[in-house]
Design a binder for this molecule. Structure first.
Ligand code: FAD
Length: 459
């Protein structure tokens, strides 16, 4: 069985490995770098910058724990560290391709027929037929129709990750995950940040109660947040740009050395020639069924080019499943309800399952347990006990419906919540699982206890 994978991001390279494990003869075509958005200009470089920012903050705030040192930023070294991590991971993916005997072609693929690709490389163009094709072409930053948005002072997330100097001020248009994470990093580096968000609140998909706490943390860091505020226009100058914004009541102009535009991403499917083969899509997003098959059953699509949830772990989960189905195996389950959403703020914010807003909207009979991290020993040691864990469960059966964590290592801790939802666990099953002491994970158990009105370390 000959399988082609278009795109070497976390959707594509994972699909390629899984298909090779199942005995397929796999070709992966990548027009840019292996690792895709995630490794090169997404998850990994942002977290590398955030790691440096976090270290800087920890040293600055270390006096209480007896660390008295002057924290200085050498931004070129920060960028070098980021590049080193990225390069290591990208070459690691290359190694995995070799080890799995996957043929990698550096080139751009498009469809001629449903099983026939045109592949353009440096050496020229050729045609090649495959039994199955998995599209994992990813996404690109959306460019909003704001007058002046094309000025060189305006950058997208890729531009923000590549800055060689720390700007003194930055206006960030868009208070979603990417905008908030880059705001967090650059605010620690010393940039004066203003976030402008059109919606009534930043991070609109997250639990409102905890989002309010995140907002306060960001504001305490000196980040100005303007919500329910629309950008009218941008006027770029040589050294800065003026962003004109309006609320229902007023208009104002905010100036930044850079304007970072993070208003979402769009599927990168225009160059694939989908029309030629009648693969159905809607506004560029490829339509897929539960096995990730497109309207042409031998063609699959995974990750950002097909999924409304644009996350690396979603892309990889879909990639594995598509590969298994394409290789003629019974695919594993793809359970979107177990998808964790993570925001790498300080402290971190992570969630899985239903928010309280969603539980209300669905008219569910639910109970909530809250446990403040001020009552958790490990959190007190680590960050003075800042944060909270919130567990939402069905009132009758006590099944865990949602877990929301604001606190240190929230993005790691959320895996317990995801597993609880996967196993349809009850509060009692979380409670009767012994959690090590002293750990942050004890607080997840305590939040479950709180939902039953029997928290031990908090009244
Ligand atoms: P991509 O990673 O975009 O890979 C697609 C690949 O296909 C690209 O390499 C592209 O060059 C190639 N390609 C496209 N068209 C063709 C063609 N015609 N021929 C050949 N090759 C082609 N997600 C998380 O889960 N956690 C995070 O912390 C996180 N942080 C992020 C931070 C930022 C700043 C950004 C921008 C994104 C972040 N994401 C994060 C999202 C994550 O990067 C994407 O969801 C993920 O990379 C999608 O994987 P993918 O394989 O679908 O596509």
């Amino acid at each position: 069985m000959k399988i082609a994978v278009i795109g070497g991001g976390p959707g594509g390279y994972v699909a390629a490995i899984r298909a090779a494990q199942l005995g397929a003869e796999v070709t992966l075509i990548e027009k840019n770098k292996l690792g895709g958005t995630c490794l090169n200009v997404g998850c990994i470089p942002t977290k590398a910058l955030l790691h440096s920012a976090g270290l800087l903050d920890e040293i600055r705030n270390g006096a209480e724990a007896g660390i008295i040192a002057e924290a200085k930023l050498d931004f070129s070294k920060t960028q070098n560290h980021k590049a080193k991590v990225v390069n290591r991971l990208v070459s690691g993916v290359g190694g995995l391709m070799k080890a799995n005997k996957i043929r990698v072609i550096q080139g751009t693929a498009s469809f001629l027929k449903t099983n026939l690709l045109r592949i353009v490389t440096e050496k020229g163009a050729r045609e090649e037929a495959f039994d199955k094709i998995i599209i994992a072409s990813g996404s690109l930053p959306s460019a909003p129709p704001i007058p002046g948005a094309m000025h060189p002072r305006c950058i997208d997330s890729t531009g923000a990750l590549a800055l060689q100097e720390v700007p003194s001020s930055m206006v960030i248009i868009g208070g979603g995950v990417i905008g908030v994470e880059l705001a967090t990093a650059y605010a620690s580096f010393g940039t004066k940040i203003t976030i402008v968000e059109m919606m009534p609140e930043i991070l609109p998909m997250m639990d409102g109660e905890l989002t309010q706490m995140v907002r306060k943390n960001l504001e305490r860091k000196g980040i100005k947040i303007l919500t329910a505020t629309k950008v009218i226009s941008i006027e770029g100058r040589e050294e800065a740009a003026d962003v004109k914004v309006e609320t229902k009541e007023s208009q104002e102009i905010i100036t930044g050395d850079n304007v970072l535009i993070c208003v979402g991403r769009r599927p990168d499917t225009e160059a694939l020639g989908l029309d030629r083969v009648s693969i159905a899509s809607e506004r560029g997003r490829i339509k897929i069924n539960e096995y990730m098959q497109t309207s042409c059953p031998d063609v699959y699509a995974v990750g950002d080019c097909a999924s409304p949830i644009m996350l690396a772990h979603i892309a990889s989960a879909q990639g594995e499943l598509a590969a298994e189905h394409a290789a003629g195996h019974q695919p594993g389950a793809y359970l979107e309800q177990t998808n964790p959403s993570c925001v790498y703020t300080e402290p971190e914010f992570a969630a899985v399952g239903l928010t309280e807003e969603k539980a209300k909207a669905l008219n569910l009979d639910y109970i909530v347990g809250r446990f403040p991290l001020a009552a958790n020993g490990k959190a007190l040691i680590m960050n003075g006990g800042e944060g909270m864990i919130k567990v939402i469960a069905d009132a009758k059966y006590q099944e865990v419906l949602g877990v929301h964590i604001l606190g240190p290592r929230a993005t790691d801790l959320i895996a317990e919540g995801a597993l609880a939802i996967r196993l349809e666990a009850t509060l009692n099953e979380l409670i009767t699982t012994i959690h090590a002491h002293p750990t942050l994970s004890e607080a997840v158990r305590e939040a479950a206890l709180a939902a039953e009105n029997r928290a031990i370390h908090y009244i």
